[in-house]
Design a protein. Sequence first.
Length: 219
Amino acid sequence: MGWANKLVGWTNNTGAEVNGDGSLYTVDVSPTGSNYVVASKTGVIAAAAAAGATVFAMRFDPSAGTKSVWIDSIRLRWTTIVAFTVPVTQTRSLVLTRGSGAAASGGTAIPVTNRKDSNYPVSEFDSAVGGDIRIASTGALTVTGITFETINLFEVPLIHMGAAGAFYETVYEFGVRSHPIELHAGELIALRVGPSAMDAAGTWSLSIDVSWRESTLEA
């Protein structure tokens, strides 16, 4: 009997058990693989960032072969530095999009990611093995040679973030119960300005934390 079975109280070989209130005991067990995290922050992004401007990108090693990556969670923290000329605007947003092709360039490179267990191998996102992660300094990253999907993975509404000092935090979780974002060799995810340019005058900073799993096994 495995540890997960013991936690759910599997004592009669049925695979499920309910408590006295009739509620089902459940346990979330992550699939096998090596787990990693990266955390970083942009510089102060200049005013009027263009629609589609990329401020963060992470590309999976194109020579990773059959290995895949599953993005489990993404945490974003936005701070408005200088107020926008339009305090409230319906079109202000950031989007996360999957793409493929070349790596992004410019900004600040993040050559090494953090292994959640020091015994794990280095991540296929590390630059030493062919991966690439980078974050914007004051302007957009260069994304020449990247083909982005037309449908975004998620959109972050920033409608009310026009005042100086405005702060917004959100977490997107794609773990055991909600299928992770899956990437294969040479694919990437990018955080981009939404379909409309940022309003005039406003400047902002963004921190991002990403957690993921790498494995040659299916999720």
